[in-house]
Design a protein around this ligand. Sequence first.
Ligand code: FMN
Length: 497
Amino acid sequence: MNLRQEAFSSYRDLRDWLDQVEKLGELKVVRGAHWDLEMGGIAEVVSREAKGVAPALLFDEIADYPRGHRALFCQLDSVRRLALTLNLALDRPDKLSCVRACRDRLGTMQFIPPRPVERGEILENVIAGDEIDLFRFPVPKHHENDGGRYLGTAHCVITRDPDEGWVNLGTYRCMLFGKNSVGLHMSPGRHGRIMRDKFFDRSEPFKVANAMGVDPALFLTSTMAVPAGVSEYEFAGALKGSPIEVLEGPYTKLPIPAHAEIVIEGECIPGETQDEGPFGEWAGYYANNGLAPVREPVVHVKTLLYRNDPILTCAQPARPPGYNFAFCVFRSAMIWDEIEKAGVPDVRGVWCHEAGGSRLFNVISIKQRYPGHSRQAGVIASQCSSGVYIGRYTVVVDDDIDVANLSDVIWAMATRADPERAIEIFRRCRSSSADPAVSPDRKASGSNPDAVFTSKAVIDACWPYEWKDRAYPVVEVGPQLRGQILSKWAREFENIL
Ligand SMILES: Cc1cc2nc3c(=O)[nH]c(=O)nc-3n(C[C@H](O)[C@H](O)[C@H](O)COP(=O)(O)O)c2cc1C
């Protein structure tokens, strides 16, 4: 199946993308669901339990809201939707082929600056001052234990570095605090957080624009560790091969996506915080502060812009596996790219497993070329920019192991990796307030709740280099015999194999 021929033609914005997803048969419109727990619940059950490909879910006629005020979930959770988003030629739809295709794109792409434009559909409604009311959108409450409704989950928070002037986009959750205020949860080390800290250190307000319903390539890019100094606008443009169109936000003067569905602009005042959360996170827990809120800065919204009949894009993190397919693919490609650029040769595959929330359990396969090669691959993968955020377990396997196949990976670990020889532990590495392995006491202690660490294990599950050429033969039907059996016994097993 050639997905490129079948699926791809260039799309202009989210609506155009949705039209094409519908043609692919991967869009389900759901009418009459409630914003309070029902949309998030449906999305979670569908993404986890669908027989076959889980469709993108477009909710309309949402309880309490007029027809046309829609919410989109499960946007990028399929091979075809990812292929459409990035114009990828995917002849084989398995996970590693997706990673390879993304990696090829990363290797050849040229950054493309955003194109400033004067007009865009985002200007269809521009509201300032007292008229701003964020409750006009069907903002979901995802899970029973969440502390409120979340406006920003599948979105981009746009900020500018006060020293260097570059513009960053990151996905940092935004809880709805009131009709004209939202929270902003940025982990330490995020580029947006570094910018925020610079403003706060100078006692200056921190201006942000928050865009929902952006080009899906821009959303994907905004969730990834694009290097500091490179704007996600340039990166997304490079992935798509065409510039992202932007116009100047009326209040912040930040570039905002001209065809986004909803944009809010505002500012945080240094020292001002409000209770935020709890919010069910990507690792599958309420790990920030259990079921209690944390204090986070408040964004005072000064301008609200939206298209007619706006579509709010949403993501519902929960216990994996679930909503994270595209993040697994793209993070795997980024890690692959980074370790090769750091000089690791003969990488044959990378997969950030869904069960690890695309961050906690990552597997690299290599063709061993020299003593220490496997350790080098593991250490760099666990500390490179795209793997460093918690990145608890990094497993390195030989190239006969399918990195995306958990059974294969566990077989290699259990059979080839003698723990005493194979496991390297690194202490005091990058963690997060979202890390479920850091005790509540540790998070609550001290004056800086963000000062948490994790250890990391690199598990070298390759055959030891010294005797890899005498490794024990694998017990398995060979390819020739397999082929003979399949052709000779095809009819006998036609309903079984
Ligand atoms: C759905 C989703 C929600 C996220 N929410 C947050 C968040 O609330 N806070 C945070 O620091 N990172 C969050 N992230 C991760 C960041 O978006 C990601 O690390 C990104 O690379 C940050 O951008 P930056 O590298 O430019 O800082 C989220 C990611 C996804 C996919």
